[in-house]
Write a protein that binds this ligand. Structure first.
Ligand SMILES: NC(=O)c1ccc[n+]([C@@H]2O[C@H](COP(=O)([O-])OP(=O)(O)OC[C@H]3O[C@@H](n4cnc5c(N)ncnc54)[C@H](OP(=O)(O)O)[C@@H]3O)[C@@H](O)[C@H]2O)c1
Length: 240
């Protein structure tokens, strides 16, 4: 397969300052795209954008809490000023509460739903509106295996991710009429900060580069191809 060339393309990645989102943002930049990243931790955003700018000098970051519609609208507005168009959107930012149903507080519930479901909805909707005018684009939300199966100790997280996958699939139906591709990636466990403290360790998990390779594969498909979702499993083999 020829190397994907994203020269002249633009991308927006939420949660681009660490973990999976950072890896995706760095890869897209290295393939030639201008990239806009956001997150709440400005120090990490600065570190990441300095790396990104080595291959994509017109990239930029913005401090955004995706739970705020206004902050996301400002981010999109800046992105339009900088880039004029948007080819690739990766709604990725997310958080997870570790609690069973009976132990989930309303605060936990609201955080997971407002970040993983409402935040992803706002990001996707704003990208979709731009791409509908262009009649082109790719939206690749990073959902989770927890959007397809359930885990007893991640009750609110599962609810948010099942909702996010449902929204993504409904959006895909509207998007395809405008030549826009929407593909949900549903990874099993990935070795990032997200898994810190996992009692089984992280050496058997997927790496952020596995998710990034999947993004690259999706972007390399022709406009005619429709991939609704990709479930990325791990074989549970220890890398030690
Ligand atoms: N790691 C896994 O096992 C795994 C498996 C399947 C799916 N996923 C999904 O993959 C995505 C990325 O996870 P990860 O493993 O890379 O986790 P991570 O290393 O903890 O990174 C999470 C990212 O989301 C950002 N974020 C969280 N809440 C935010 C908010 N309210 N506003 C803006 N940014 C926010 C964080 O930035 P700030 O903290 O600076 O805001 C950070 O960049 C998530 O949606 C997660 O559910 C992860």
């Amino acid at each position: 397969m020829n190397q994907l060339d994203l020269t002249g393309k633009t991308a927006l990645v939420t949660g681009g300052n660490r973990g999976i989102g950072q890896e995706i943002a760095l890869r897209l930049a290295s393939l030639g795209a201008k990239v806009a990243i956001c997150g709440r931790n400005e120090a990490l955003l600065k570190e990441t954008i300095n790396e990104i700018k080595k291959t994509s000098p017109e990239s930029f970051y913005q401090v955004v809490n995706i739970r705020s519609e206004q902050e996301q609208l400002n981010f999109f507005s800046n992105m339009k000023k900088h880039f004029k168009h948007l080819d690739i959107c990766i709604p990725n930012a997310g958080e997870a509460t570790l609690a069973t149903a009976s132990n989930t507080t309303l605060e936990d519930w609201n955080r997971d739903i407002e970040t993983n479901l409402t935040g992803l909805f706002i990001t996707s909707r704003e990208a979709l509106k731009i791409m509908m005018e262009q009649k082109s684009g790719n939206i690749i939300p990073i959902i989770s295996k927890a959007g397809k199966v359930v885990f007893e100790t991640r009750a609110a997280y599962c609810a948010s991710k099942w909702g996010a996958l449902g929204f993504t699939k409904a959006m895909a139906l509207e998007a395809q009429k405008y030549n826009i591709s929407v593909t949900a990636i549903c990874p099993a466990s990935v070795a990032t900060d997200f898994q810190k403290g996992n009692p089984y360790g992280t050496d058997w998990m997927l790496n952020p580069s596995d998710v990034t390779d999947t993004v690259e594969y999706i972007l390399s498909c022709s406009d005619q191809v429709k991939i609704e979702e990709i479930l990325l499993e791990t074989k549970y083999i220890s890398k030690k």
